[in-house]
Design a protein around this ligand. Structure first.
Ligand code: AG3
Length: 273
């Protein structure tokens, strides 16, 4: 076996290591460093600027939880926007919902989309669905230019450094609010409650000042920093606790019990909201 290891330095005191069988792809795009590795433990691994984006074996947790929790909270989601998410994993879950008529992907880096189609075909599969409109654009501008259009907006960003900083700002959540219909809702990935407390506190506060309903929920993603991952939902009218039944059965993590359990916060995380 090889003695090559991929290490993500998650902060100055913490890292995750994965044994690499081979480097599959490596390039500097216009926006970021993009690498694909074959790992021994988790299958193929997609890395942007040194950070784990997704792996073949654990991608389902994050993609299902960022898509199905908000989509089930909306009684009839027809038009959905995904900001970021160029690998296509969120789109794949979104189009499992029969009510969805159109799903737009607004990804700034077209190379991420291409790399995913080439190396992660089972994650990127949904990108060629006729209901999906793939736009290689700045998601912030796209949201600003489409007021009142969407039932659900999902923000599948990288960490709040580099190209994604603007996706964690109060002004962005305000444009997301404006881009939603009168009963629309949004969800964003918001990092780990073990190591990103300040970020979660600030983002939750900004979302709660923008939307009448704000919620934090959690899932276990093995390859992200600490494994405990948070998502922040902002909703104009619909409440996640009112969900009575699941409309999509073809899932490996999400189900009705998980939908409700995800909003139960440990005491240390309650203090962040
Ligand atoms: N979005 C990235 C989540 C952040 C991971 N952070 C990290 N590894 N430091 C994932 C994109 C998947 N569609």
């Amino acid at each position: 076996q090889s003695n090559l290891w991929f290490t993500e330095l998650q902060n100055e005191n913490l890292s995750i290591g994965l044994r690499i069988e081979k480097t599959i792809h490596s390039e500097r795009t216009e926006f970021q460093q993009l690498d694909v590795y074959q790992t021994a433990q988790y299958g193929k691994l997609l890395v942007l600027d040194g950070c784990v984006m997704t792996t073949d074996r654990d991608e389902f947790v994050y993609h299902e939880m960022l898509a199905h929790v908000p989509l089930h909270t909306h009684p009839n989601p027809k038009r959905v926007l995904v900001v970021g998410g160029g690998d296509g994993g969120i789109i794949r879950e979104v189009i499992k919902h029969p009510s969805v008529e159109r799903a737009v992907l607004a990804e700034i880096d077209g190379r991420v989309i291409e790399a995913s189609k080439t190396y992660f075909p089972q994650i990127a599969a949904g990108l060629s669905d006729p209901r999906v409109d793939v736009q290689v654009v700045d998601g912030i501008r796209y949201v600003e230019e489409h007021p009142g259009e969407f039932d659900v907006i999902l923000i599948d960003s990288t960490d709040p450094v580099g190209p994604a900083v603007g996706l964690f700002s109060k002004s962005f959540y305000e444009s997301v609010f404006a881009a939603l219909k009168p009963d629309g809702l949004m969800a964003a990935q918001t990092e780990s409650p073990f190591v990103n407390q300040e970020l979660i506190r600030r983002v939750y506060g900004d979302v709660a000042r923008t939307f009448p309903i704000a919620k934090l929920y959690l899932a276990f993603v093995p390859t992200y920093p600490t494994g405990m991952w948070s998502f922040t939902m902002g909703s104009k009218t619909h409440r996640p606790e009112d969900v009575k039944a699941v409309r999509v059965e073809d899932t490996k993590y999400y189900n009705l019990g998980i939908h409700h359990a995800a909003f139960a916060l440990p005491n240390f995380a309650k203090e962040l909201v």
